[in-house]
Design a binder for this molecule. Structure first.
Ligand code: SAH
Length: 344
């Protein structure tokens, strides 16, 4: 198959076009078209017909199709199910906050990590997304919705640090001045805790926000709900978070899904406080979203609020995530799951 042109950086495009005998300025012209979301080379109207044909013969230009578009009647959240060029599907969610529009994008088709409460991982990993395909999620959500995107969270289907190289390339593309120019401080990346990649990311000193899906402060509980913990246990993960903070100066955000009777007791809150001591952190409590296939249930609202208070009383910043789009299966992986099960 031809290489994907949208995954190329401007420098790579410059090289490729100079090999085709094109002048230097041509690369930027093509790059602009790509990052404006054209669906075919034909649309690049200021290039010669011949060059458009040559590009079409040598490169794949990706542009996903909308399979489903669900808008929440409650809060305006829009959930997209996209079909990729090979027929696979991924989800993107557009959320409207007062500080701007945020897209939650997928980084893989399916997920290999096996977390017990997550719908995305039920069928395992199908494949990783390319950098261009992740960019497409942002671009085409903006184009379809007519809403300018100012923030990106890598919290959809997949484990971004399992697709490290493509994710880094995506960050470079979406951050580029000749592209969407979205600042690193407007981007969050969520990981289940692949320690060597957290350390590698720390070395890059990018100013993005690292979110770590902690969900339990002790190895026994965490290993039961998150298999990744057997490979990199809590202490190693938190040590990597400390290094990340030291290298980047960025406070870590911890995600904590509240699961009834599993990780929501006051004793667990006390242990969490102990483990986070000295680490500038923000804890985001997420009321567990019900996943049909899972026996795990969300904590009672009052339990969540008590847990939050225990953390706050000890000076740890702690918020309870607003549930957006609960009427449209907005928890990641659920829509793709329904669609692929029905069409299997
Ligand atoms: N693989 C990455 C990012 C994808 S999931 C990660 O693990 O962080 C984004 C967040 O949603 C993670 O914190 C994940 O643990 C959480 N999540 C998954 N399923 C959930 C559910 N049913 N209810 C609440 N949170 C869930």
């Amino acid at each position: 198959m031809n290489p994907e042109i949208k995954s190329m950086t401007l420098a790579e495009l410059r090289n490729a076009l100079s090999m085709l005998g094109q002048p230097a300025f041509r690369a930027r012209q093509v790059y602009h078209w790509l990052h404006r979301g054209v669906r075919s080379f034909e649309e690049m109207t200021d290039l010669s017909k011949l060059l458009r044909q040559t590009l079409a013969q040598n490169y794949l230009l990706t542009a996903p199709k909308v399979v489903r578009r669900q808008e929440s009647a409650l809060d305006g959240t829009v959930k997209y199910l996209w079909q990729l060029h090979d027929g696979n599907c991924v989800e993107t969610i557009l959320m409207r906050y007062h500080h701007g529009n945020t897209v939650c994008i997928s980084s893989e088709v399916g997920c290999p990590m096996g977390c017990a409460f997550c719908a995305s991982t039920i069928g395992g990993l199908v494949r990783k997304l390319s950098a261009g395909e992740m960019l497409d999620e942002v671009l085409f959500t903006e184009l379809d919705s007519g809403q300018e995107i100012s923030n990106i969270v890598l919290m959809g289907i997949g484990e971004p640090l399992d697709n490290y190289d493509n994710v880094c390339r995506f960050l470079e593309l979406v951050n580029s001045e000749d592209g969407m120019n979205i600042g690193m401080r407007h981007i969050s990346l969520s990981t289940c805790g692949i320690v060597p990649r957290i350390l590698e990311l720390a070395e890059s000193r990018l100013q993005l926000t690292l979110s770590v899906s902690l969900h339990a402060p002790d190895d026994e509980t965490r290993s039961t709900i998150m298999p990744v913990n057997r490979r990199w246990p809590v202490e190693e993960l938190l040590a990597a978070c400390r290094t990340y903070y030291e290298k980047t100066g960025r406070r870590i955000s911890f995600e904590y899904a509240m699961i009834r009777g599993v990780n929501d007791s006051p004793e667990t809150a006390a242990l969490l406080l102990k483990k986070l001591r000295g680490l500038p952190a923000h804890v985001n409590l997420i009321p567990l979203n019900n996943v049909e296939e899972s026996p795990l249930k969300p904590s009672e609202r009052i339990t969540v609020l008590k847990f939050q208070k225990l953390l706050e009383d000890q000076g740890v910043a702690c918020t309870v995530r607003r549930t957006l789009g609960s009427d449209i299966d907005a928890s990641c992986g659920q829509l793709r799951r329904k669609y692929t099960t029905r069409n299997a």
